[in-house]
Design a protein around this ligand. Structure first.
Ligand code: 4AD
Ligand code: MG
Length: 462
C-alpha cells in the first residue's frame, strides 16, 4: 500500500478507506483497553490520531510506543469520535521503524526554551514551533521564485567562492587549501597565494550583487537567491555568519522603481504566507506572538513611508528619547534608531533613502550634492533593516573615483568597472535578508531560530 501524507488524510472525506501512514509519535495516552497515538509526519502541524485496541496489539507492543518512536500504521480511516479532528485511523497493523528511548529523548516535556532547543538542533524540527517555521520558510522560498518568474526575471547563479569583496567592508571568510601549519611565504615574507588552489586569495561571497549587475546588464532583470557569508563578530538576534539573501538587479530602474519593486515584493511574500500557511501561522500567533497575524495583515494593507536619511535624523535628534548610540547627520543608524522610527514614530514600515556616502558601499550612485548616495534601506517593525539596496553608479569615472577614495584594490574590480565602459546603463537593485524576512513572517525573535542550522561566532555545530 502507498503511504498517504497526514496533511492529505486530515482533509479527506473518504472514510472507510484503508490507509498507510508513517511518522513519529507525539503523544500516547489511553487505558488498558485502548491506546490513542498522536502521529505526526511533518506534512502539517496537525497530528492524526491512531486508535489501537490493546486486545489486538497486546500490551507489550503498545508499551514500546513512546514519544518520538517512528511508526508505520495501516488501518481504516474513520470519523473521529473525539474532539479536535474529523477523522482518525482505526489501526489494523503497526510496525515500529525506530524505538525511542523515553529516558534520554530530550523532547519529552512541553515548553522547552529556544536556547535549549538550539543545543538539540538535530531534533528541534520535530517540535511544533520549528516544524511551522521550516514549512513557512519553504513556502516563502517558493514564493520568491514564483514572484520573479511571473515578472519575467531570470534566476542567476552567482558564485559562492569569489576573489572580490562585494561590499568593500572586509568581513570575509577566506577559502584556501594551503597548509595552515606550514604557510608558504614569498621572499618578502607575505603569504604565497600563487601556489594556493586558485592561485590568488579567495573568499566566501558576502553578496552576489556585483555578478548580479553583470547579469542585469545583459538579461535585463535578474535575481539571485543563495547563501552569503559574513565574518562580522555580531552576536545579535538579527545576525548570522551564514545567511541567505535574495538580490534582484534591474537594468533601467532608478531609485523610485527600486523602492516600488521592494515594497511590492515583500508585501507579496507576506500575502503568500497568509494565503498558504494558515495552520502554521495560526499556531505561531497563539504560541509565540499574539500580534503576529494582525501585524502581517497591517503591513500588506498599508503603504510604506518613504523619506530621506536627512529627514529621519531630524526626527531622531528632535525626539525626547535617550539613545545608547549617538544620533547626528553622518552617523550610521543603529537598530534602536531604526526601531524607534518604525515602531514608535511612524508605526509602519519605512524606506529611508539618500544616506551619506561615507556610511554606504562604494557602488552606490552619487547624488548631485556630492555628499549623499542613492541608497535605500527598508526598515520593518521588530526587525529593523530587512532590505538594503541602491541605484548603482553607472558612470565609469565616478565609480573609479569612489573605489580609489575608499582605498579598495582597484585591479580586483576590473571586470565590474568594464561594464561601465561597454554600454553602461542606469540600473538598481537590492538585497532582502531571507532569515530576517522569515523572522518577520513567523514572529520568531531570534534569527537563530528561523534557519535549520545557524552559524554564528563560535558556533558551527551540526
Ligand atoms: O545591506 P546589505 O549588506 O546589502 C547588500 O549586501 C547589497 N549587496 C544588497 C544589494 O543591493 N544587492 O545586506 C542586505 C540584507 C540586509 O538588509 C539584511 O536584511 C541582510 O541582508 N543581512 C543579514 N542577515 C542576517 N545576518 C547578517 N549578518 C546580515 N547582514 C545583512
Ligand atoms: Mg545594509
Amino acid at each position: 500500500m502507498k503511504q498517504t501524507k497526514i496533511r492529505t488524510l486530515l482533509s479527506s472525506h473518504n472514510t472507510g478507506e484503508n490507509v498507510l501512514v508513517k511518522g513519529w509519535v507525539r503523544t500516547k495516552r489511553g487505558n488498558k483497553n485502548i491506546a490513542f497515538i498522536a502521529l505526526n509526519d511533518g506534512s502539517t502541524i496537525k497530528n492524526i490520531q491512531v486508535v489501537a485496541d490493546v486486545s489486538v496489539f497486546g500490551e507489550n507492543l503498545l508499551k514500546e510506543i513512546t514519544t518520538g518512536t517512528c511508526l508505520a500504521v495501516t488501518g481504516k480511516l474513520v470519523e473521529s469520535q473525539g474532539q479536535g479532528q474529523n477523522v482518525e485511523i482505526a489501526a489494523t497493523s503497526i510496525d515500529i521503524y525506530g524505538k525511542c528511548d523515553a529516558e534520554t529523548y530530550p523532547l519529552q516535556k512541553k515548553g522547552h526554551s529556544m536556547e535549549f532547543l538550539r543545543e538539540i538542533a538535530h531534533l528541534r524540527p520535530r517540535t511544533n514551533t520549528f516544524g511551522a517555521v521550516l514549512r513557512i520558510r519553504h513556502a516563502i522560498a517558493f514564493a520568491i521564485h514564483k514572484y520573479f518568474n511571473d515578472k519575467g526575471f531570470f534566476y542567476l547563479h552567482t558564485p559562492i567562492i569569489t576573489g572580490s569583496d562585494a561590499e568593500g567592508a572586509g568581513e570575509m571568510f577566506h577559502v584556501t587549501t594551503l597548509d595552515m601549519g606550514n604557510v608558504p611565504r614569498t621572499e618578502t615574507g607575505a603569504v604565497d597565494f600563487s601556489i594556493d588552489f586558485f592561485g590568488k586569495p579567495t573568499n566566501l561571497t558576502v553578496s552576489g550583487q556585483l555578478e548580479g549587475e553583470l547579469g542585469a546588464l545583459a538579461l535585463g532583470e535578474i535575481y539571485t537567491f543563495g547563501p552569503t557569508f559574513r565574518a562580522e563578530n555580531s552576536n545579535t538576534p538579527r545576525h548570522l555568519a551564514e545567511f541567505w539573501m535574495i538580490e534582484p538587479e534591474m537594468a533601467f530602474y532608478e531609485l523610485n522603481d527600486n523602492m516600488d519593486l521592494a515594497e511590492d515584493f515583500v508585501k507579496y511574500l507576506i500575502r503568500y504566507a497568509l494565503d498558504n500557511c494558515h495552520d502554521d501561522l495560526e499556531f505561531l500567533n497563539n504560541m509565540i506572538d499574539k500580534g503576529l497575524l494582525d501585524r502581517l495583515r497591517f503591513v500588506t494593507e498599508n503603504e510604506f513611508v518613504r523619506m530621506t536619511y536627512t529627514d529621519a535624523v531630524k526626527i531622531l535628534v528632535d525626539s525626547a528619547e535617550k539613545w545608547e548610540y549617538p544620533v547626528g547627520w553622518g552617523k550610521d543608524l543603529q537598530a534602536e534608531h531604526e526601531r524607534y522610527l518604525v515602531e514608535k514614530h511612524f508605526k509602519r514600515p519605512l524606506i529611508l533613502t539618500d544616506y551619506p556616502k561615507e556610511i554606504k558601499a562604494f557602488y552606490m550612485k552619487m547624488n548631485d550634492d556630492g555628499k549623499t548616495v542613492r541608497a535605500m534601506d527598508v526598515l520593518f517593525p521588530g526587525i529593523g533593516e530587512i532590505i538594503g539596496g541602491s541605484q548603482r553608479e553607472e558612470n565609469y569615472d565616478k565609480l573609479l573615483q569612489r573605489i580609489r577614495e575608499m582605498n579598495l584594490p582597484e585591479r580586483i574590480y576590473w571586470w565590474y568597472l568594464e561594464t561601465r565602459k561597454f554600454g553602461t546603463a542606469p540600473h538598481s537593485g537590492f538585497g532582502l535578508g531571507f532569515e530576517r524576512m522569515i523572522q518577520f513572517v513567523t514572529g520568531m525573535s531570534n534569527i537563530r531560530d528561523v534557519i535549520p542550522f545557524p552559524r554564528t561566532p563560535k558556533n558551527a555545530e551540526f
